[in-house]
Each structure stands twice: as structure tokens, then as C-alpha cells.
Write a protein that binds this ligand. Sequence first.
Ligand SMILES: [Fe+2]
Length: 102
Amino acid sequence: MAKVAQSSELKAAFEKHRGQTEEHVTRLEGVFEAIGKKPVGKTCAAIMGITEEGAEIMEEYNGSPSLDAGLLAAAQAVEHYEISRYGTLRTDAAVWQSRVPC
Ligand SMILES: [Fe+2]
């Protein structure tokens, strides 16, 4: 999406986010290493659908002044999905942690 974004600010935001995501992956790999587990990837049907929609937006709005708005909407859809899942995982981890005997 950074490659096709028209606004330099949006391009920069996408590139910054990519760097942050790579940092998150590195952190997660460290967590798995610390607990002696191997991280395993799993395809997420919801994210696949959202990214497919983003690809459609890039094609349909190519050259249109509305392209950046569409790209931003697609990116926000992914982020909101991530937030809902990470929030649940964080809460679940806290519940499990509270059950561990001292
Ligand atoms: Fe993200």
C-alpha cells in the first residue's frame, strides 16, 4: 500500500507501520524463545479477506483522488481487527497469570 499511496504522509505512515510490525515479530520471537516454544504461523481467514478487499481498493481506485482514503480505510480495518485480538489475548494472559500459584 505504501507503494501506491499518493500522499507522502500516508506512504511514510505505512512504511513506519511496517517497521513497527517487524519489531513486533522480533519481540514475539524473543518471547517464544524465552519460553522454549517454537512459533507457528496460522493463516487468518478474516485478515485474508480484509487484505483482499485492500487489493480490490487499490485496483478500483487506481489514479482516483479517493485512493488514499480507501487505502486508509483498509489499513484501519486491519488495525481494528488486530486490536480486538491483541486485547483479548492480553486479558486472557492476565487471567491465566492470576491463576498461577506463587
Ligand atoms: Fe498493525
